[in-house]
Design a protein around this ligand. Sequence first.
Ligand code: ARG
Length: 400
Amino acid sequence: MTDRVVLAYSGGLDTSVAIGWIGAETGADVVALAIDVGQGGEDLNAIRERALQCGAVESVVVDAREEFAHSFVGPAIKANALYMDRYPLVSSLSRPIIVKHLVDAARAHGASAIAHGCTGKGNDQVRFEVGVGALAPDLTVMAPVRDSGMTRDKAIAFAEEREIPIDVSRRSPYSIDQNLWGRTAECGILEDPWVAPPEDVFVYTSDPTVARPGDEVTISFTDGLPVALDGRGLALVDLIAELNTRAGAQGVGRIDLIEDRLVGIKSREIYECPAAITLLVAHRDLEDLTVERDLARFKRGVDQRWGELVYDGLWFSPLKLALDAFVDNASSNVSGDVRVRLSAGRADVVGRRGDASLYSHALATYDAGDQFDQADAKGFINLWGLPTKVWAARQQRLSR
Ligand code: ARG
């Protein structure tokens, strides 16, 4: 039987050309796999058909939106995942789910290799290849755009010669990746970090500087996961979609970041993540209300490391799996309601409540009903400060 390769197929120029290219270079049959992670845009059936027109022997499309929300975005919410404190890991989260489905398809179709259309300058190549290595160390990986001279000009020539059905003129001036969790833009004028991003970069968000009435949303969480908007229970995938619309309409979630890529390059990235930013702001606030102080302090470090591992392509790694267990445990009782005001590009928490709250009015109040015994404070401070005081006395003694 002819060798088979499963290609991560987007429907765009590069991966469409890669189908024929891989065939011509290796003689292998190509199975195209397209995955819906909520990127919207073109109909998946049209993408499926195009892969066949481009010469794929099989073309598979998977609606993975629920799974993406539940198994990839959910853990990121619990971990307050923001790379460099700002980027909600839009593409970093989608690559591992694509890898999982690529490996499943390789098994189902008897393929010995997996192919992706990444260049050699980005993080996504790392996420694909390290992910495949973790799930299926026996499979090999092909990267035609990076490794076999498939430049853009050659791709266009190849497409014209073989009458590959791709409209090159429709291409955006930016390099875009998008899904349920947000949208990323790079390249073109954005490569000048001094130039403000033109308004035509943005699709998920309205201009935050335009005056309009604001919005307010109440988000309910159970054990670290959002479960309802304004009291309406929703599946996570629908909740995120609705919040993208509402927060996006207020210009929430635009991010302009000079980012440290894993491959050592600093790059300028523009993100729009209206639902992600709103949910992460709300979730973090609810943790402040419901997580015990030492656990909360420790979790900040775990959260940061978790985000770096995922950014760095180590979703399927032992440390990431172990941190998942910690994050899950720490998320029990992160439950309650958070009121978020959405306006002028900002998502601001204006209220929070819940049965799992650790906030005690009786302890916090300066008014009547105070149950905090201020007399306890004196002895506590004496002992708390004792080591420092002993140290200071020694310093004084020795400096004489
Ligand atoms: N810099 C972001 C990341 O590494 C976004 C990458 C977008 N990928 C793309 N192929 N355009 O997660």
